[in-house]
Design a binder for this molecule. Sequence first.
Ligand code: SIN
Length: 275
Amino acid sequence: MDQIASEFHTITATPASPHIGAEIGNIDLTQPLSELQVAELHTAFARYQVLFFRDQKISFDDHIRIASYFGPLGSHVGKSTISKTTNNPLVRKFHYDETSTQISGENFHSDQSCAAVPPLGSMLYNHTLPPDGGGDTMFASMYAAYDALSDKMKQLLEGLTATHDGTRVFGPGTPISVHPVVTRHPVTGRKVLYVNTDFTSHINELPRPEADRILRYLIDHSIKPEWTCRFRWTPHSIAFWDNRCSQHKAVWDYWPHVRSGFRVQVEGTAPPVAG
Ligand code: SIN
């Protein structure tokens, strides 16, 4: 794909697919960023929904600083036993090796959509990757998924809400929240299909047999390859995704090899609003 260099003065952005994802170049994330660099990252984030960076040997402090350009950081709402806490409460460790029996995020999902105010974004840094490739992360655009629905389906979904149940993934004590099935992104104003396999248990306003089949259809539709991209990690890469308009899935094809890194999340600013 061509680089879109003209739009930006400080960074380069190379789209990863027509609908989602761009690799950002000409930036050193180990150094404090200028206002213009930060503004251009915000523009790229709104446009591409997930940004990728390579060859960035960042520390915990760098990780926290870079994510903080997008808002205050928060912590995980659940009690995940797969990703681990670190000595910094804002940073979680995502480490898999020959002892792993499962990994985090194998189904397409939007992070912690079970929360009343789900995280705005998540920033994953991987320093160690399997030696023969593998361990990619896939991303799907929920703008493109919504846009591709028929007008009749869009009408049907208007005003519907769905329950997002965190106990399905993280067990008792995790939040359960109700969000619109179609949301509006607070920055771009675009409509988003906001249901996912992990957390969405049911659509609330329809009889259960109808609700279940429509939800199944929407979930299958949301992750069609046509609006996905796939990030092939290299050591010391970063992926930063917008949970308000995308879903992602970790591919576990590398056991017994090691894939290891850290993740922080940027807090959401408000509950998702109806589209
Ligand atoms: C996740 O945040 O769901 C994990 C993504 C990944 O490990 O690629």
